[in-house]
Unconditional design. Structure first.
Lengths: 376, 259
């Protein structure tokens, strides 16, 4: 069973009310449990938990260190193309936006990849918009032929595809899938995605299931925080992760917590997710799913990222640009503005100063022949 | 005391194996090796990066240590075999700890796939140390497959919950001829000591040392505990009693000492 029927059932419940009416006793019960149930997760996301953030932090810290140690795995994104046929109203790559569109050639990609590799980064996340006739599966396969010999781990954050296409990309060297549902609210989803293939809520919602079935090693989910009520969205994100963990026990499931901030553009977030809310979500996820990987991007500011290191995060991006070819060509066509522009070296120094070990490499591709440099 | 632990052609003086995961700073590793007295260290091949322009975990492992690469991340026998061969090709030696885990929630090992990988790699000349659930039948199949030792878990990995599988470990120690190295779950030196008193050949401890507030002191404490437990095992502790010895035995009359 995929997450779709589970999500439909959950969405038919009065989730706002169920979460909103959790009381202090429910929070304390949840804090004292080893294995939490969905209702405990609700309690930790509720307003009643807001006066127990320190207790949650202590527990979240303990469990994170127990399962992951004092380590943070680093990765960096590489934008391959920004052509897009979608009309996501919140996105800088929206098809209606008049921005320079480009797509890296394989020669440009090699230069970009070498520039990233020179910074020491080993885990790469490649991104495109959704324009399958320009940057489709064939293009990704060609890109992977360039990247797989250089990086021990390559993940994709592209467009949802069929299981067979995921399997094809895994054979080409992909080991991770990142795909955000943006919002689990189907009505709001329809409003925010007025045109383009991304309109299909169900196809996107089931993409992580297809990725797991195809043999992805890591599947990273997320909702774009700020589009809808964060408590309900975070509850559904956690339930999505719990479903995948249960249904595909061999897959490393991760959740990202991308947060929209008020900005100068046209589209403003409907709900402001404050720092303390983001921290509450992260800690509630950690207590509900102790082994869940949690990803925090450079959307967040340096000081905030440094402060949340002990509270549950296990993966962070560093040395980031969100523009196509941004590592070698400049930053004019960025998808969104990042807040933490620190290099890989600077990020490492910051983690070490907090008593954390940055982990650059945490996978060795075993799908094909050994990488030339690894076999030395 | 001349009590060497012979395994894979090596004569080890320390019966504490340690790991490289979860340290706040990999630079602590050589000091922990020193403080604990350990001679064997396991590391996940997935973390090994020989061409790192930045930090490389291998540079922190003292030369005197025997490297025990592990197949962390393998979901079946085929993947474990590939990782083991890669480890050998990368110059990590012939020792391999098989971890075949396809459950990311509890990280429990898959006995069937582990036995398959063990058989293939033992035939290729590896010194194979498989991580396993303490199950007698799996242990026997690992013996048949050519394992050099078996590494049953005391509790789920990383939990620091101690010897929750004590009764099953006792059976393995009694029934299996190979060295039993208790791996995973040991959270305190007293538990490592207990495993050694029970007759385990060695213990492997990572999380409890790496995530301690003072990993060096904890490494030293584990080294001492393992030595104490081993000595106690060799000394042969007196039998425990559930009742105190009666000072006026009820059966005294049978000895004919009647007044």
């Amino acid at each position: 069973m995929s997450f779709l029927p589970i999500c439909q059932e959950l969405n038919s419940q009065p989730l706002d009310e169920l979460i909103g009416t959790q009381d202090e006793n429910a929070v304390l019960r949840a804090l004292n449990k080893v294995s939490l149930r969905p209702e405990d997760f609700m309690a930790l996301l509720s307003p009643a938990a807001e006066t127990h953030l320190e207790a949650m932090a202590q527990e979240a810290h303990k469990r994170t260190v127990q399962h992951f140690g004092r380590t943070i795995q680093l990765f960096t994104p590489l934008y391959l193309a920004n052509h897009c046929s979608n009309h996501c109203v919140y996105c800088g790559f929206n098809a209606r936006n008049d921005i320079p569109r480009s797509q890296l050639t394989m020669d440009e990609l090699l230069i970009e990849a070498r520039a990233i590799a020179a910074t020491g980064m080993k885990h790469l996340l490649i991104l495109t918009g959704e324009a399958p006739n320009k940057a489709g599966v064939d293009y990704l396969e060609q890109a992977l032929a360039v990247l797989a010999p250089i990086f021990p781990s390559v993940s994709i954050e592209v467009f949802p595809m069929d299981e067979a296409d995921y399997a094809r990309l895994i054979r080409a060297g992909v080991d991770g899938l990142t795909i955000f549902q943006e919002t689990y609210n189907p009505e709001l989803y329809a409003i925010l995605h007025p045109a383009g293939p991304k309109r299909d809520y169900a196809y996107r919602l089931e993409a992580p299931d297809r990725g797991c079935r195809a043999g992805m090693r890591v599947v990273n989910l997320g909702g774009l925080l700020g589009l809808d009520d964060w408590r309900r969205e975070s509850f559904l994100t956690g339930m999505h992760a719990a479903h995948l963990l249960h249904a595909y026990p061999g897959v490393d499931i991760a959740v990202s917590l991308p947060r929209m901030r008020p900005h100068t553009g046209e589209f403003q977030p409907a709900y402001v997710v404050e720092d303390q809310h983001l921290v509450q979500i992260m800690m509630a996820l950690r207590l509900f799913l102790p082994r869940l990987s949690i990803t925090i991007s450079t959307r967040e500011a340096p000081a905030f990222r440094d402060n949340i290191v002990p509270l549950g995060v296990t993966r962070m991006s560093a040395g980031v640009t969100t523009a196509v070819g941004g590592h070698t060509k400049g930053n004019e066509t960025a998808q969104f503005e990042i807040s933490d522009s620190r290099s890989a070296d600077e990020m490492c120094a910051a983690l070490k100063a907090r008593g954390y070990q940055p982990v650059f490499k945490d996978w060795e591709s075993i799908s094909g022949s050994p990488r030339p440099e690894a076999a030395r | 005391m001349n009590d060497l632990f012979d395994i894979g052609g090596k004569h080890l003086q320390s019966r504490l194996f340690i790991g490289t995961g979860k340290f706040a700073d990999d630079a602590l590793i050589p000091e922990v090796c020193e403080a604990s007295g350990s001679q064997v260290i396991t590391t996940a091949l997935r973390r090994v990066d020989l061409d790192a322009t930045t930090d490389n975990i291998m540079q922190h492992i003292p030369k005197r240590m025997t490297l025990l690469p592990n197949t962390s991340g393998a979901r079946n026998a085929t993947e474990a075999v590939r990782i083991a061969r890669l480890a050998r090709a990368m110059g990590c030696g012939d020792w391999i700890k098989i971890e075949v885990i396809s459950d990311s929630k509890y990280l429990l090992p898959d006995g069937y796939e582990t036995a398959k990988a063990t058989e293939i790699l033992a035939k290729e000349g590896f010194v194979v140390l498989p991580y396993m659930n303490p199950d007698l039948y799996v242990a026997r199949s690992l013996v048949d497959a050519g394992a050099a030792a078996v590494m049953p878990l005391g509790a789920p990995i990383g939990t620091n919950r101690g010897l929750r599988t004590e009764e099953m470990l006792r059976i393995l120690i009694e029934e299996i001829e190979l060295p039993i190295i208790v791996d995973a779950g040991i959270g305190r030196p007293s538990e490592a000591c207990q495993a050694m008193e029970m007759g385990a050949a060695a213990v492997l401890v990572n999380t409890a040392i790496a995530t301690a507030i003072d990993p060096l002191a904890m490494g030293r404490a584990f080294g001492n505990a393992v030595r104490a437990g081993r000595e106690a095992y060799l000394a042969g502790p007196g039998a425990t009693r559930t009742l105190a010895s009666a000072s006026s035995p009820l059966t005294e009359f049978l000895s004919g000492a009647q007044a």
